[in-house]
Design a protein around this ligand. Structure first.
Ligand code: ADP
Ligand code: MG
Length: 176
């Protein structure tokens, strides 16, 4: 019997599947669910731009916030997100995207039947951030996607998924 579930989401389709399963389990066990997201500082801008487009995050955020998403594609191939000191616009955009990702996660989890749903965000290496959030939430199960936004031609599990699986102290469920 589990007492608290943390699901990790990067906004990808596979992470959405993880949210669906986590919410179903939380409902069945009647336990709280935490939606956890690690802010994507240091992620390749290509990945972020693709996600923002595919998931319509740009439109959603732009409805309520003044932010120029052209910064994602307008860097002439350079990687603005790998900068150790990102500009305040980039910081703001990544934070807004993170807010949008967890908000959507909450809506999705509720729709899938979860009762008590909380959120956490972290600013860290993704796997370390997920493990820290699980500890902070008191989770004894982590649900994670097998792949994320980075699926580039590899059949291997994503590196975040692998690292969480290898290092977690609690049960990890990997969703495909
Ligand atoms: N920044 C993040 N915040 C929260 N969860 C994440 C993050 N990045 C990845 N994950 C989780 O890890 C899963 C696998 O992603 P990852 O290992 O990064 O694969 P890929 O290499 O395909 O991107 C995702 O489905 C999601 O559950
Ligand atoms: Mg990834």
């Amino acid at each position: 019997m589990k007492t608290h579930i943390l699901v990790a989401t990067d906004g990808s389709d596979t992470a959405n599947k993880a949210i669906d399963l986590a919410a179903e389990l939380a409902a069945k066990f009647d336990v709280p669910l935490t939606i956890g997201h690690v802010l994507q500082f240091g992620r390749p801008s290509r990945e972020l731009a693709r996600m923002a487009e595919v998931e319509h995050i740009v439109e959603s955020v732009q409805k309520t916030q003044q932010v120029d998403f052209n910064i994602l594609s307008g860097s002439g191939g350079g990687d603005i997100f790998s900068s150790s000191r990102p500009s305040s616009d980039v910081v703001r955009m990544i934070t807004l995207m993170g807010d949008e990702i967890v908000t959507r996660g909450v809506d999705r989890a509720r729709a899938a039947g979860a009762g008590k749903v909380d959120t956490l965000t972290a600013d860290d290496d993704p796997a370390d951030g997920i493990l820290d959030m699980a500890e902070k939430a008191g989770a004894d199960m982590i649900v994670i996607g097998h792949r994320g936004l980075g699926r580039i031609r590899s059949l291997l599990a994503g590196s975040v998924a692998q690292k969480v699986n290898n290092n977690a102290e609690c049960t990890v469920v990997t969703v495909r």
